[in-house]
Design a binder for this molecule. Structure first.
Ligand code: DGY
Length: 333
């Protein structure tokens, strides 16, 4: 018997074909964002879901879909999924780590550089037709990236990849703070020095956030933290909305408390605070950190691998490549 799965968002045609070879698939070619009610309705009778950060998978949904056995999220982050609720109900959760590490690090570095060197602001100026004379001392003077101090909050795989770019490519001093300190060999590999959070805030010329979102990282950067930063510093968030208090950040950017920011993720995205949109010293992008063709393909493909292994509906059944709650597998018959 084929298992039934829901693919919540439209994916690459060949990857959707592969999904159909293994499962009875309900897909979403129009790529609409499902409301919670719509998601619940479409999940009826489904054994697995290929989900994204746009769908909230919580206890109430799981209780209304008792046949669901696997939630295979496309993304390394899975804060849209209540993992404890899944584990309690024997539902396997998977994510797509590793395949996006270098691409996301590239993007974080690019966003940090764009903020430091005022690239978006200068481009808007040019497109508006305001470039009527060359300037030497008064046109978009930014801050250097090479040789500066790069601070990283959250030192998982992506944080380490950003550290390597800073240290090896740009001669930066790299400092980081993380829940747990890295092993000495890992620190040495990315030339990063562990510091406490206050030191990180106070010494970073460019602070990049790469920590996962959870209740404990909610507003990890708020008004008090922004007050500890250098007035010349930049802040880049490629992690998750909610890690930064966006209202406090907008105030800090408007008052010159910090120099600039690069934001790929927002509280309440895709809706943004209007005050952020009005500020010149923030570079804004629509959650595209991992969005290269190769990487988004690899993420979708890994989610399909996870579904095939997780549902055990064919010869490729087995241990999924990237389980988030592997304890569920041990309990399965
Ligand atoms: C991730 O992989 O977590 C990206 O943010 C996409 O959701």
């Amino acid at each position: 018997m084929h298992c039934a799965v829901l693919a919540t968002r439209a994916t690459f045609p060949d990857i959707a074909d592969r999904l159909r070879q293994h499962f009875d698939v309900e897909d979403n070619p129009a790529d609409t964002i499902f409301s919670p009610e719509e998601l619940l309705r479409r999940l009826q009778g489904k054994h697995g879901v290929m989900s994204t950060g746009s769908e909230r998978i919580d206890a109430a949904l799981l209780d209304a879909c008792p046949q669901l056995r696997a939630v295979c999220n496309v993304g390394v982050g899975y804060n849209n999924v209540d993992v404890d609720a899944c584990t309690a109900r024997g539902v396997l959760v998977t994510n797509t780590p590793d395949v996006l590490t270098e691409t996301t690090a590239d993007f974080g570095f690019a966003l940090m550089m764009a903020a430091a060197r005022r690239i978006a602001e200068a481009e808007h100026f040019l497109r508006r037709g305001d470039w009527t004379r060359t300037g030497i001392y008064d046109m978009f003077l930014g801050s250097d990236v090479h040789g500066a101090t790069l601070g990283i909050l959250g030192m998982g795989r992506i944080g380490q990849a950003i550290a390597r770019r800073g240290a090896l490519g740009f001669g930066m001093r790299v400092i980081y703070h993380n829940r747990t300190r890295l092993a000495p060999a890992v620190e040495a590999g990315c030339r990063a020095e562990y510091v406490d959070k206050d030191t990180l805030l106070g010494q970073s010329d460019h602070l990049v956030l790469v920590l996962p979102y959870s209740q404990s990282s909610h507003h990890a950067i708020g008004a008090a933290e922004l007050d500890r930063m250098k007035p010349t510093a930049t802040l880049t968030n490629i992690a998750r909305g909610g890690i930064v208090d966006d209202a406090a950040l907008a105030r800090a950017l408007r008052s010159g408390r910090i120099a600039a920011a690069g934001l790929d993720v927002f509280e309440g995205e895709p809706t943004l605070r209007p005050e952020l949109l009005a500020l010149p010293n923030v570079v804004l992008t629509p959650h595209i950190g991992s969005a290269s063709v190769g990487t988004r393909r690899a993420m979708a493909s890994l989610a399909v691998d996870n579904l095939i292994a997780a549902l055990g509906c064919g010869p490729q059944a087995g241990r999924p490549p990237s389980p988030v709650n592997p304890a569920v597998l041990q309990k399965r018959p």
